[in-house]
Design a protein around this ligand. Structure first.
Ligand SMILES: Cc1cc2nc3c(=O)[nH]c(=O)nc-3n(C[C@H](O)[C@H](O)[C@H](O)COP(=O)(O)OP(=O)(O)OC[C@H]3O[C@@H](n4cnc5c(N)ncnc54)[C@H](O)[C@@H]3O)c2cc1C
Ligand SMILES: Cc1cc2nc3c(=O)[nH]c(=O)nc-3n(C[C@H](O)[C@H](O)[C@H](O)COP(=O)(O)O)c2cc1C
Ligand code: SF4
Length: 363
């Protein structure tokens, strides 16, 4: 529109949040104004932060479009994956308490739920220590560096890490929190955010398959022809990832299509458009995997007949195992104990963020 020489103001909208990108669009003359919706939804202080040039403090929208969905099934109360106050603003005074006297708080687990809990607790004036067993913060979000299409989650992870550094939360990496580590510190509050790990499906030979944790970033360990057992959003993403990396991929799904659990508004279609453009990606609907063998996967097709598909490598999705027992082993290590995120019940960033918000607003 600008190139056509129009004299009216041009205001593009859609996906603008990064302040450097907005600045570039205006400074280069491509736009006169920038419009935005989700940027303000995620971070109500977006305008103020923009004015102050604090791009690094803008909470990133992860572009999941889940804010569009709840109105399909119930009263129009939206929610946001990363802003837990959306949808409950009208009852916050009943759900939360003003911050009490400063407490000594331990958060175990440096995934998105644990990091968010540590940030909230620190913002509320508590003395917070975050324990992470591995050498890096991020939990499952550490896997997101490898796929080209998970960059919004990388941005979110890096935002959390940067904010943690700013708040002065003590971070203990390479430290598995055990009662021996925690009890001598006399914490008032312990927040367990130990996460979850993937399970393989209960079919014969499943131990030959790899989990999604063993897929992202590890495509070199896969042979040319790959079968993915499970066509959920996660299975579809694993298939897309392998196809993007040159593998010949077939996804088996019991459903009639792929990623049917993905957000239906402008998100599932994006996934579908993505794999449709990959010539080396295919899927078989109504196919229930029954066994994995040496160089093959067996499945029951739509007519109930057993079929075999030859392959070099298999990824299998059998759900996630919450680290609930490991978390419960820490019960009694501090005055108060809370369990949040995937270790409480397997969920996603939204559920873990809501957990982090609600427990840290009780003390
Ligand atoms: C491939 C993939 C794609 C995904 N895509 C999305 C998506 O698009 N949107 C979405 O909302 N969700 C997505 N998820 C799910 C999301 O990543 C998880 O729900 C989320 O990471 C759970 O957060 P968490 O903090 O509860 O646990 P985790 O991320 O599992 O982190 C737990 C952390 O605790 C640490 N830990 C465990 N025990 C101890 C101990 N004793 N001491 C110290 N540290 C310990 C672990 O090392 C780990 O770092 C995806 C997951 C995967 C695997
Ligand atoms: C929760 C939510 C609901 C929306 N509902 C509609 C709608 O009903 N009709 C419509 O044309 N656009 C709708 N939009 C799109 C916005 O008007 C806007 O064009 C878009 O979100 C801009 O992209 P951005 O959010 O990345 O800035 C909605 C956006 C959000 C976040
Ligand atoms: S729900 Fe997802 S897409 Fe919507 S504003 Fe929040 S992070 Fe962004």
């Amino acid at each position: 529109m600008k190139a056509s020489g129009t004299s009216i103001l041009c205001e593009p909208i859609g996906g603008f949040q990064n302040l450097d990108d907005c600045e570039d669009a205006i400074a280069s003359g491509k736009a006169d104004l920038i419009g935005g919706a989700r940027a303000f939804f995620v971070d109500p202080d977006y305008y103020q932060k923009a004015k102050e040039g604090r791009g690094e403090d803008v909470l990133p929208c992860v572009r999941c479009n889940k804010c569009h969905v709840p109105s399909l099934t119930g009263p129009w109360l939206s929610f946001c994956t990363v802003n837990p106050e959306i949808g409950i603003a009208h009852k916050l005074s009943k759900l939360t308490r003003p911050a009490g006297a400063p407490k000594k708080v331990a958060v175990v687990g440096g995934g998105p739920a644990g990091m968010r809990a540590a940030l909230y607790a620190a913002e509320r004036g508590h003395d917070v220590t975050l324990y992470e067993a591995s050498d890096r913060l991020g939990g499952q979000l550490k896997l997101m560096d490898a796929p080209t299409f998970k960059w919004p989650l990388v941005n979110y992870r890096e935002y959390l890490i940067a904010q943690l550094k700013k708040t002065g939360v003590k971070i203990c990496l390479n430290t598995k929190a055990t009662p021996e580590v925690l009890v001598p510190e006399h914490y008032d509050v312990l927040i367990a955010a130990l996460g979850a790990t993937p399970k393989l499906p209960p079919i014969p030979g499943a131990e030959r398959a790899k989990t999604v944790f063993e897929t992202f970033g590890r495509e070199a360990e896969f042979g040319k022809k790959c079968v993915v057992i499970g066509g959920s959003e996660s299975g579809t993403e694993a298939g897309i990832y392998l196809a993007e990396n040159g593998h010949q991929v077939t996804v088996l799904t019991r459903q009639e299509g792929l990623a049917l659990d993905a957000t239906p508004i402008h998100y599932r279609e994006t996934i579908q458009e993505f794999y449709a453009a990959l010539p080396n990606f295919d899927f078989i609907p109504h196919a229930a995997a029954t066994a994995v063998g040496d160089g093959w996967v067996e499945y029951r097709d739509a007519e109930g007949k057993l079929q075999r598909i030859a392959c070099d490598s298999v990824v299998a999705l059998g759900g996630m195992e919450a680290h609930q027992e490991e978390a419960m082993a820490l019960y009694g290590c501090a005055g108060d104990f809370y369990m949040i995120g995937d270790c409480r019940t397997v969920g996603n960033i939204h559920t873990g963020t809501r957990d982090a918000y609600s427990v840290t607003h009780q003390f």
